[in-house]
Design a protein around this ligand. Structure first.
Ligand SMILES: [Mg+2]
Length: 208
């Protein structure tokens, strides 16, 4: 007799003695944002100010600004590596997770094309190309939430973590099978069925 054992959230099979077991391991696809998950914003700049820079308010619709060329140059200066510190605890977390489990880990970043060079450097510096199974960047300058929605659907992402709540509020209802995590520094709580606020990345491991 053949039994297929799948690792899933709910299945627990009691197998008869001496039965032949074929184990198939269920692999989860886990997506991570980059900025404010692994790389911090420059110090002394509030998240509100960052939102002002990055988002436009168009009635209730979410829209991100693609900066003009002079502004891109100015913004590039803020990407000088000394101003963007690694979030060491989170980098350690993904290094350990990628080393020990069989899931697939993806970096999914909304960064625009003008940041391509500086992003490549950063990937090498922190070995992200070795840690992640694949990396996706918005270098075609799509709206970041639309870009992330496409990747989450295409790669069948099971869990996704980001620090941008507006973006997550857009993604969660459009991807009901995906569990979303809002990384923030204040509180752990549930925002809706598939969107949870967490203050430490390790809290998402409860869902693996
Ligand atoms: Mg971010």
């Amino acid at each position: 007799m053949h039994f297929v054992v799948e690792k899933s959230h709910t299945t627990a099979l009691v197998l008869p003695k001496h039965s032949r077991i074929i184990a198939t391991i269920y692999t989860m696809n886990i997506g991570f944002d980059l900025d404010r998950i692994f790389i911090n914003h420059p110090p002394y700049i509030s998240n509100k100010f960052i939102d002002l820079l990055y988002k436009e308010s168009v009635r209730d619709e979410l829209k991100y600004r693609i900066p003009s060329i002079p502004e891109q140059k100015l913004r590039l200066l803020t990407h000088y590596s000394k101003l963007r510190k690694p979030m060491k605890q989170n980098i350690q977390f993904i290094e350990d997770l990628a080393a020990k489990n069989h899931n697939k880990h993806f970096l999914i970043s909304g960064r625009f094309a003008f940041l391509e060079k500086t992003t490549q450097k950063l990937i090498k510096q922190y070995n992200f190309d070795k840690i992640f199974n694949a990396m996706y960047f918005n270098f075609e300058n799509k709206q970041p939430h639309v870009f992330k929605d496409e990747i989450i659907k295409k790669k069948h992402i099971d869990l996704y973590i980001d620090d941008d709540l507006d973006l997550l509020a857009y993604l969660a209802p459009r991807n009901p099978k995906t569990k979303f995590f809002w990384f923030n520094d204040k509180k752990d709580f549930s925002l809706c069925d598939n969107l949870l606020a967490i203050t430490e990345l390790k809290k998402m491991t409860n869902y693996l």
